[in-house]
Write a protein that binds this ligand. Structure first.
Ligand SMILES: Nc1ncnc2c1ncn2[C@@H]1O[C@H](COP(=O)(O)OP(=O)(O)O)[C@@H](O)[C@H]1O
Ligand SMILES: [Mg+2]
Length: 420
């Protein structure tokens, strides 16, 4: 066997990029030292913290990554899809049970307080299920919620707890008004008395969260300190991406890194999504333009399935609107210039066309003041791609697609344009 002087090629490791899910401990995580310190300190001092920020900015990951450690008893409750107060209690107790059992294994002799908490837990579960089974349409009594929270308090006598309610706005948005007010009222009153428990809340629906925690009449008025979770600074994210690619022997050049930021926008989720495809489309060595072009091609094909559906379900006027916003992103839509550009007769018809796309979990567009923009930069990019292939969908768009940021994106779109 002969050896030469060529640098050994790094063995292939699995794709390190993750998107669309919470980064649990063990996953590659771009450090966010200032935010991590605040989360840590809230947990250490039994504080209350509410994390605010757009979806996919990394709120859940920040909390889970920082606090889900073996030393802490961390109870993480995701309220997405919450249907009722019973459901709330069920989720709370289940997660408490999991957190406590994880620690039971370490303790050689169960301390009395823990035994007590565990006994109380099964008692509460029993009585809860009694309530649910006995009535056709389950209706939890206030006492059941209070008892569930009391179980938390009992457990905290054994060891201080960290409780994290994720997607907390679901209580206000998904439950009937009366149930929501009831649950929030009980929560607020009980939580105040829990001196050995840290409470963290996160939610993506900014207006509901702000309303819950800052409005004068709100139950949670001034109960928690707000923490803004915005984009990760380019410098930190850039370093993170370079390091991850380097682990697989891939060299991320400054230009390619800049292209990732330009194409993916501010969300670390979208940056990782593009990085994920760039990894699959490349081999060890310097990353080249053609790798990025292929990655964008695959990404656009992925986005395309949803985009085609959105267009198929839209009216012709709505389609013009979607294309117009894609070309003139973050523009005021209530202006004559936009109205003419998008081919509408009146401003109110523009407003009517925008409206359905702003609503619901699957909203395509979002409002920032009086400006309208795409929630996902890749969906927007796909719409411009479609327009390049079929200019008649919005004839006014062609000159704009040839200039400005659209011209800057063009070099990366060659594969995507071929594939469509
Ligand atoms: N610190 C981080 N470093 C790298 N990527 C991150 C980080 N935080 C979040 N992300 C990316 O964003 C995605 C969504 O994160 P998540 O915590 O679910 O956001 P949110 O809870 O704000 O909606 C993750 O799957 C990951 O791709
Ligand atoms: Mg989240």
């Amino acid at each position: 066997m002969t050896y030469n002087n060529v640098m050994p090629i790094a063995t292939e490791i699995p794709n390190p990029f993750v998107f669309g899910q919470v980064l649990l401990p063990g996953r590659a995580f771009c450090p966010r030292p200032t935010l991590e310190a605040k989360v840590q300190s809230a947990a250490d001092t039994c504080g209350r913290l509410v994390l605010l920020g757009d979806r996919r900015m990394g709120k859940s990951s920040l909390v889970e990554h920082t606090l889900d450690t073996p030393e802490r008893v961390f109870v993480s409750i995701d309220l997405r899809g919450l249907v009722s107060i019973e459901d709330f209690i069920d989720r709370l107790l289940l997660k408490l049970e999991i957190a406590l059992s994880a620690h039971k294994a370490f303790a050689r002799h169960l301390p009395g307080a823990l035994k007590d908490a565990l006994a109380h837990l099964s008692e509460v579960k029993l009585s809860l299920h009694g309530v649910v089974e006995l009535t056709a349409k389950p209706k939890a009594k206030a006492s059941t919620v209070i008892r569930a929270l009391e179980t938390l308090e009992r457990a905290s006598r054994w060891r201080s707890l960290v409780v994290f309610f994720d997607e907390f706005q679901e209580i206000a948005e998904s439950l009937p008004e009366r149930d929501a007010q009831h649950l929030l009222g009980v929560l607020r009153a009980e939580i105040q008395r829990h001196e050995r428990i840290s409470y963290l809340f996160a939610g993506s629906a900014r207006s509901t969260m702000l309303e819950l925690f800052t409005a004068e009449r709100s139950h949670f008025y001034q109960t928690a300190a707000p923490l803004e979770v915005g984009p990760i600074p380019h410098e930190d994210m850039g370093e993170f991406l370079i390091r991850q690619f380097a682990r697989g022997g891939r060299e991320l050049t400054t230009e390619t890194l800049q292209a990732i930021f330009a194409l993916a926008g501010e969300s670390p989720n979208d940056q990782q999504q593009l990085a994920y495809h760039l990894w699959t489309q490349s081999t060890p060595g310097p990353l080249e333009l053609k790798d990025l072009q292929r990655a964008v091609g695959i990404l656009m094909a992925e986005v395309g399935r949803r985009a085609e559906l959105i267009l198929a379900e839209a009216t012709p006027a709505q389609r013009r609107l979607l294309f117009a916003v894609a070309v003139r992103d973050s523009q005021e839509t209530a202006t004559d210039s936009f109205r003419r550009f998008a081919g509408f007769g009146t401003n109110s018809s523009v407003t009517a066309a925008v409206k359905p796309f702003l609503q619901g979990q699957q909203a395509v567009l979002e409002k920032r003041g009086s400006r309208v923009r795409y929630r996902e930069p890749f969906l927007r990019l796909w719409m411009t791609l479609k327009l390049r292939q079929a200019p008649s969908l919005l004839p006014n768009a062609a000159p704009l697609l040839a200039t400005g940021e659209h011209a800057l994106f063009l070099p990366y779109l060659t594969e995507a344009l071929k594939a469509q």
